[in-house]
Ligand binder design. Sequence first.
Ligand code: AMP
Ligand code: GLY
Length: 438
Amino acid sequence: MRVLLVGGGAREHAMADAVSRSDRLDRFYGFMSNRNPGIARLTDSFQLGEESDAEGVAGYAAEVGADLALIGPEAPLAEGLGDVLREEGVAVFGPGAEDARIESDKAWAREFMKVNGISNSSGTAYPEFGVFEDAEGAANFMDEFGAPVAVKPAGLTGGKGVKTVGDQLDDLEAAKGYAAEVLEKEVGGKPQVVIEELLVGEEFTIQAFCDGSSVEPGPAVQDHKRAYEGDEGPNTGGMGSYSDADGLLPFLGREVYDEAVDVMEQTVDVLGDYVGVLYGQFMATSRGPVVVEYNCRFGDPEAMNVLPLLETDFLDVVESCVEGSAAETSYSAAASVVKYVVPPGYPTDPRAVELRVDEEAIREEGGRVFYASVNEEDGVLRTTTSRALAVFGSGPTVGEAEEISERCLRHVDGEFHCRHDVGKPSVIERKAGTVESA
Ligand code: AMP
Ligand code: GLY
């Protein structure tokens, strides 16, 4: 197979790594906006360019004779790159623009769940919500609702646009102010805001391979969205994540996991032709798993937890999805911990710096490194102002995986910020306790 991978982040580096392990691969090409050194090394050739420029990507796909394209990030999916490549005769792993609305249009996604009655065994699997184009309507909804809410721009914000009462917003008055700001500044690119019931519990992610009708779910993962240790500070794209050897999480039993998968099955069933990864982010609440959001792609960092553990040939799985024949997967029974290295000051006041990475030493520790938003020139690695690279450790327990990830970090030199608490046993015990008492 001649495979083209679109995207240049750490999620795509993990995808590239899984592609390159496949027996089915003949030639491997990349299309990315930054020169990711990990992807550059794994591909036979790559082109630098704007990933959402469908004509540019399609031109490159034709030039290299790609049979199959994997689209990593949400922006090109939302803008219809999948549709354009399919029209050009390339098989695509990733939904078209219409299905990608499950992520790119939060208002549409919530209405979709409501209209189709997406539910868990206790009732609705979505929060109470309202969609508004005027600040007064949003404020009236909050007054009537009278309880804490989450305020979300309807469009894409890289995971940074949501604010919740009790965290970034002091009270409903502050929530009204933020809703007005979202509308006025068109945060997320649209003059629309979603106000929803604040969900309480622990969050978890399930990433499933979808073939148009069925879903093949992977291990549950927990991401850490807040910038600072102890889940403090502003939201980020994700600072690190862990998964456990049994595919569940310390606070997540089989029953709730299965219920969440059932919710994803209902969703894919109604969508009818969804091909690619459906990422379900859930809150384990006292009324069962409730969808916090859907994404139309692998998670970043969560892709890095599961793809290194995938034992099935990745291209076989992808091909099954594209051909509409149910994919089968198996993962090694190991826990994983991923920790992001980000520039100092990230995300509010980031400063690009130089990093030195001893990959050989990281491999000797039994870990891995996945590059994100860095550029390599003349052997010098420079961060941008986004997440720079991630280290991955795995082992029989989360604690052992965490120790490996920490040992790997010692081989990354330079001024950087990292959440060392991700996957630490004390933090995980606290999380498990939180939900039991909820
Ligand atoms: P999202 O971009 O939708 O993933 O939202 C970012 C973060 O905001 C999520 O990871 C949650 O921590 C939080 N969040 C979003 N919606 C809700 C909600 N309805 N209730 C509680 N927290 C939420
Ligand atoms: N880890 C959150 C995301 O990929 O959106």
